[in-house]
Design a protein around this ligand. Sequence first.
Ligand SMILES: [Zn+2]
Length: 123
Amino acid sequence: MQLTSAQSSLVVMAIYLSFALLELACTRLFAKDEQTRHDGILEVVSTLMLLVVTQPLILFTVGAIGQALVPQYANALAGIPFLAALALFLVFEDMMQYWWHRASHSFSWLYNLHRAHHNARYM
Ligand SMILES: [Zn+2]
């Protein structure tokens, strides 16, 4: 099965939404001990910033860099099976989250953007 770009994007969004709903259903996301209303607002704003600004910026930047440096590899993975694409997505997305978070704690200018995430008392 080969998906179009739009279908792949919908699958990615569905996966993200599924994990978000699982986290909402299975954790006390907005009802942690010592959590304030401000913490909840910060969580929502941070999530929206991640989805609307940070991740699209990273994806378009990486796409532009890839197109500039190695244009011959454009669509190199377009024909792989859906399950392989899903597995690659989950691994690379998780790695991106890990390295982004680690960089946010390693570079002071990034930590200044990230530290609000750790200001809550429950953290
Ligand atoms: Zn952190």
